[in-house]
Design a protein around this ligand. Sequence first.
Ligand SMILES: Cc1cc2nc3c(=O)[nH]c(=O)nc-3n(C[C@H](O)[C@H](O)[C@H](O)COP(=O)(O)O)c2cc1C
Length: 553
Amino acid sequence: MPEISGAIDAIPITLSYHQQTKHHLNRYARSLGYLDWASQPDPFRTYQGASRVELPLAANGLTTSYADLYIPVTIQAQPLDLESIAILFELALGLSAWKEFQGNRWALRCNPSSGNLHPTEGYAIVPPVPHLRAGVYHYVSRDHCLEKRCFLQQRGEVELARALPADSFLVGLSSIHWREAWKYGERAFRYCQHDAGHAMAAVRYAAAALGWSALLLDAFSDDEVAALLGLDRAADFAGIDPHDREHPDALILVSARPVSTAPRVLPVATIRAGQWAGQANQLSASHVDWGVIDDVAKATWKPATAWPGPVQYPPLPPVSAACHAPAATLIRQRRSCLALDGRTSITAESFYRMLDHLLPRSGVPPWDLLFWPPQLHAGIFVHRVAGLDPGLYVLERDRAIHDRLRACLRPTFLWEQRADCLKHLPLYCLMRGNLERPARIVSCHQEIASDGAFSLGMIADFSPTIRRQGAWWYRRLFWEAGVLGQVLYLEAEAAGIRSTGIGCFFDDSFHELLGLTGDEFQDLYHFTVGQPLDDQRLMTLPPYAHLRRTKTV
Ligand SMILES: Cc1cc2nc3c(=O)[nH]c(=O)nc-3n(C[C@H](O)[C@H](O)[C@H](O)COP(=O)(O)O)c2cc1C
């Protein structure tokens, strides 16, 4: 798989993929242009023949409030056992509801996904914990169960337990690119990365609700991640189309204790030699080959790298609490809005609080998951924030970017700061005026981008980062966008309104509005926040009524 990684052409391949998959006002990125329902991918991966561990539905028992999530020291850590691992998966990747319309039923999950296609798969690699044998497990959200993919002999159990800090285990994430490519064609690789970032943040928030820490283990290579999750086991994918295979994304160390250092070595060979079970299911009857996705997947395949250590951010005042509802309730009620009312304003205080949550703080979720300083900033269309002039604003998530960003944006911009803004929030007004129309146009004419309180585009420090760090950083930039998105989703929910990720946007139209030329900075993801209008035609059903499972082990 990784022949291109590290090769001289990995960076040009990656930059050219990005260029090629831009939507333009007069031309969308290449896709079928219609939905081939006969080949719609199964949203649930299963491994037939793998034994299953049913998980209890126990998240209702958690008392952690949403506000507590940002002050981890206040949360009593739950013991690491089967029930708490079940809660982690329920709140991170579990179902949040079923929707029904005209006889069609589809599941929603705690982690959002472009087109609700859910390319992200979740895994647990666990040493022996109470009520759960050591091994590698695959999570099936529909059935809220773990499929046992790999059984470890005693020596393997000991090796794994030794490699990990006490009271910890690993969550693995992978992507099935085809699930997104089925609908979105060539641009799908971007959406898989957004979704992976959302899932990472969802894991971090779920861990925080349990009083746990979580850290992305980003020194390991994709080869190692694939081996640990069993994704490179050709025999277990024999008989299915190669498009239905999974691509390794991330390993996250989840611990019931605070962790600041990461394991440098994992027992890859021992796990590879474990006793594996299960055959992956075929997801689609037929597939369309989008070659550029395989090319960029290879070009951004991650090599092993040195552990960079945690980032120390400049100290900031604590974020203020918007909501004291139980975290588990808020996480499970998170939804995308389908339409916004085009009327309701939010207060400036609420606006500043949401933006403040986007600034990284050491030891504060979800930012303590990542080991890199912010590479993404926000260009914000303010439509309805009481006391603020409508117009275009910019939020610099790292003050160090100011001079470079300013030099690249339109020279006529105002760069005004408001006296009532939080002192530590680097928010600048660039231009005043009603920008509802341009906001809607740059987000592929979607009204949700103009009918809310505000919408934004995430501006990445793009080609310099990729050229300096390597092509595999392309994926990390989108992951950061997904983490930012997950913060906005929960913050909007906490403020009693809603938000939606917007993957469909005209890249260069937004760049032009900002005055950006070249690829030093690139827009990677849009978001909108506002007062939702409910679609009364859709019926909402509980997530796990079909399981009839007890709440405790
Ligand atoms: C990366 C990403 C891109 C998305 N792009 C759009 C979009 O362009 N327009 C839209 O209406 N919704 C968009 N969504 C929202 C999804 O359609 C939504 O997450 C999905 O239907 C699941 O619903 P839920 O978020 O309520 O669980 C996007 C979501 C994600 C995560």
